[in-house]
Design a protein around this ligand. Structure first.
Ligand code: TLP
Length: 351
């Protein structure tokens, strides 16, 4: 079987999740009558220290519902130029919400400096699109799963408050940050208005994310979710897996982080790999290849060796550890990388 390091989204539900899904008590969630969805929403609201929460189909829907709930057509979304919302969410906030993306330069460690955010906040003028919301991401996907320091999020929150703006945290992998630093989610969520957390990444639930924030905001996000077609009726079968994910899978993320470190340390030792292993703090390893080595050809050749990774573009490759990956898988993957690179540098065809 292939060693699939493309993403932690490929994780499969655990046997306990399957059981909970089969047994879940359900009702019509659009009427607010699904007890399992309600339990999941209450639990995430509590863990994030927010008044309320709403279960959504995906991280993308969570972010989009949040942006629609925070900002009006013609307003700007201030966000990192390496952020997931900017790169990988099909421009939904613009296409469906009439919002304008204002990307801010992001450092290699995932931080979009507070001065950069401040400079992006346009003054009031008839000819300028006003800011509507500031977005931050933690952990940072395209920046090697970097963990944002709570102090940084606090500084961004302070700036936003001074300008009367909300902050939305794309916390698709906030649990990874929490496990990496040994801090509760509230270390970050206390400083933002709203947060989206994914259950279907490292936590291995099959489907779903939860958006949390102030009650009035969550009511607007719930309405946006409905507008986007995300009112899911007996969604308790999905929420049940999410509840198990929160119980069984959070502490386990530490293993994924160890495995990512194993991969990163091994990769740095390979000639032809460009990687700052010190950057790897969670379950994502982003690396490049030395000049002259073709990234796309490497991904393809590695795939033929039974190891799957993805190409993020601009010469960046990504490997992600997760529930389905063991330390031995990482060693096997490293050996495959070594063979593939050796062939590429000597121009030897695969046996
Ligand atoms: N990211 C996926 C792909 O879309 C790239 C992945 O494999 O990492 N925020 C962040 C930071 C994410 O990494 C993702 C998923 C999302 C939002 C969107 O979540 P989904 O895929 O559930 O819509």
């Amino acid at each position: 079987m292939a060693i699939d390091l493309r993403s932690d989204t490929v994780t499969l539900p655990s046997p306990r999740m399957r059981e909970a899904m089969a047994r879940a008590e359900v009702g019509d969630d659009v009427f607010g009558e699904d007890p399992t969805v309600n339990a999941l929403e209450a639990l995430v609201a509590e863990r994030t220290g927010k008044e309320a929460a709403v279960f959504v189909a995906s991280g993308t829907m969570g972010n989009l519902s949040s942006l629609l709930a925070h900002a009006q057509r013609g307003q700007e979304v201030i966000l990192g130029d390496e952020s997931h919302i900017y790169h990988y969410e099909a421009g939904g906030a613009s296409a469906l919400g009439g919002l304008v993306f204002h990307p801010v330069a992001t450092r290699a460690d995932g931080v979009m400096p507070v001065e950069g955010i401040a400079a992006a906040l346009r003054p009031s003028a008839d000819w300028l699109a006003p800011p509507g919301v500031i977005c931050v991401e933690n952990t940072h996907n395209r920046c090697s799963g970097a963990v944002m320091a709570p102090e940084y999020i606090a500084a961004a929150g302070e700036l936003a408050r001074a300008h009367g703006l909300p902050v939305h945290l794309d916390g698709a992998r906030l649990f990874n940050a929490s496990v990496a630093l040994g801090l509760p989610l509230t270390a970050w969520t206390d400083h933002v208005t709203s947060v989206q957390v994914c259950l279907s990444k490292g936590l291995a639930a099959p489907v779903g994310s939860v958006v949390a924030g102030p009650r009035a905001f969550v009511a607007r996000a719930r309405r946006a979710r409905k507008m986007l077609g995300g009112g899911m009726r007996q969604a308790g079968v999905l929420a049940a897996a999410g509840l198990v994910a929160l119980e069984d899978m959070v502490e386990r993320l530490a293993e994924d982080h160890e495995h990512a470190r194993l991969l990163a340390d091994g990769l740095t030792r390979l000639p032809g790999v460009v990687l700052d292993a010190a950057r790897v703090a969670t379950n994502i390893v982003v690396f490049g290849l030395a000049a002259g080595l073709d990234s796309a050809a490497f991904v393809e050749a590695l795939g033929r060796e039974g190891v799957r990774i993805i190409d993020l573009g601009r010469g960046r490759l990504r490997a992600v550890t997760h529930y389905g990956i063991t330390a031995d898988d990482c060693r096997t993957a490293l050996a495959a990388c070594e063979r593939t690179l050796a062939r590429m540098t000597t121009g030897t065809p695969a046996a």
